[in-house]
Write a protein that binds this ligand. Structure first.
Ligand code: GAP
Length: 461
């Protein structure tokens, strides 16, 4: 496949590019509303809460695990399933120092750290509003000299501490793809341009984690390393910027809350000759969702040099031998899950009442359908269970028999369930159910034997 040359997102360094028209502005109240909803409706819990919590680590509850999985599945579907030029990988999280020496992380993956000698707090120097004033206690000129603080978590493999036992938790999934380049090339019958995709946990000892799951020390990434002939690198860089920007739009992020920002030269990572970030308007302002980087041949050359292996492509047709260049769209799964939640959250007045509704894209919604018998009388439950059993092989379903039906609709609205299916006393006679759509609240009477088709067509999963 050749890259489509779509120019609309091309920007000069430092120039913002998005759709034309007004962009959204920060909305601090939204942050508290979504964080509260996450706790109340079991999306995300603070980790180790019964022990007082463990700062900036989170556990994904019954609904969060479904939403996060759906975000990762949507990425995998678009990046692997729907393509013929990308294959998947699941590499180890623990890796030896040689990998990180070669990648440059041991030398370069650090933030400048300063200590306030007055209140003993630590800060990232590059994030201070004023490099002389401590944001915690207001002391002026009390910072220590900045020192480089490496963000990788180090641990020991095996029972003996000491030389040779050091291992690192990966700070990105990317290196797993580079060190498997040769394995994949030799076994997958792919040739450049082709990519390796991976979804998984990464770990960074962030100095200033925060803003809920936006920046945590343990998080999930969704990364693609796309290897191309060197002369095609610029076109593919542009192609992937467009693809990735569109992915968020297609899954429901409004265009006025999304933009593409090319990096300034002094922002570029040690490996990158060009990077553009997909940014979302978080409640506190613009924040990165994903970086699309032109990494050149940096990684394959580094690993070839350090491992002594040839990491190159030999084209038998032309007799040409070259080190492919790499274009990398690197997204955060947990961070984009948060963005999808923020973008989906809505409140509206309905019959003098405030309806909270998560207008999540059906592909992302934790439950696609809720099955709700009108009452929990024994007469209705067998029919409701029959409908549930019919739907469960096709869709992730919730089943709720408690409370009045209006309250149950509101509960489903609040967690983003696109359809509620109600079984009432007429259902026992006409073998039909009432289907209510989340956003319009419109209702349809549908025969049970046409229900799966009806929902499949509308959910379009
Ligand atoms: N391989 C390139 C790479 O890792 P990155 O910009 O450092 O690039 C990619 O990370 C994405 O991973 C970010 O855009 C962000 O969505 C996510 N990410 C990075 N650090 C994170 C953290 N501490 N917490 C949550 N997500 C993070």
């Amino acid at each position: 496949m050749k890259p489509k040359l779509v120019k609309q997102l091309r920007g000069q360094k430092g120039q913002l590019v998005g759709t034309l028209g007004a962009m959204a502005s920060p909305n601090p109240e939204l942050f508290d509303k979504v964080v509260n909803l996450c706790k109340r409706r079991s999306f995300v819990f603070p980790s180790a809460e019964i022990y007082g919590g463990f700062r900036s680590t989170y556990d994904y509850g019954p609904l969060g695990v479904l939403l996060l999985r759906n975000v990762k599945d949507a990425w995998w579907r678009s990046m692997v399933q729907m393509r013929t030029d990308v294959v998947g990988l699941d590499a180890a999280i623990l890796s030896p120092p040689q990998v990180w020496e070669a990648s440059g992380h041991l030398a370069n993956f650090s933030d400048p750290l300063v200590d306030c000698t007055e209140c003993k707090t630590r800060h990232r120097e590059d994030q201070l509003d004023d490099p002389n004033i401590c944001p915690s206690c207001g002391a002026v000129g009390k910072f220590t000299e900045a020192r480089a603080f490496n963000l990788m978590f180090k641990t020991q493999a095996g029972p003996v501490e000491g030389a040779g036992a050091d291992v690192y938790l990966r700070p990105e999934t990317a290196q797993g793809m580079f060190i498997n380049f040769k394995n994949v090339l030799e076994t997958s019958r792919k040739k450049p341009p082709f990519g390796i995709a991976q979804v998984g946990k990464s770990f960074r000892n962030e100095i200033t984690p925060g803003n809920f799951v936006f920046r945590t020390r343990e998080f999930e990434q969704m990364e693609l390393e796309f290897f191309v002939p060197p002369e095609e690198a610029d076109d593919w860089y542009e192609y992937w910027m467009n693809e990735r920007y569109q992915w968020y739009l297609d899954l429901g992020i409004p265009s006025d809350q999304l933009r593409m920002r090319p990096h300034e030269d002094d922002e570029l990572s040690h490996y990158s000759s060009g990077t553009s970030d997909v940014e979302f308007m978080f409640p506190w302002g613009w924040g990165e969702l994903e970086g699309v980087a032109n990494r050149g041949d940096y990684d394959l050359r580094q690993h070839a040099e350090h491992s002594g292996q040839k990491l190159e492509y030999f084209d038998q047709g032309t007799g040409e031998r070259y080190v492919p260049h790499c274009i990398e769209p690197a997204a955060g799964a947990t961070r984009s899950m948060m963005a999808f939640l923020m973008a989906a959250y809505d409140e509206e007045e309905v019959n003098d009442d405030t309806r909270t509704v998560l207008r999540l894209h059906p592909r992302l919604a934790p439950y696609k359908v809720a099955v709700l018998p009108l009452s929990k009388k024994d007469t209705l439950l067998p029919k409701a269970e029959e409908v549930l059993a019919l739907l469960q092989p096709h869709f992730m379903c919730d089943y709720d028999i408690t409370q009045a039906i209006g309250k149950r609709y509101r509960r489903q609205d609040e967690i983003g369930t696109p359809y509620c299916v109600t079984i009432d006393f007429d259902s026992l006679e006409d073998d039909a159910v009432t289907v209510r759509e989340r956003d319009s609240m419109e209702q349809d009477r549908i025969p049970v034997d046409g229900l799966v088709n009806y929902l499949e067509e509308r959910l379009a999963l």
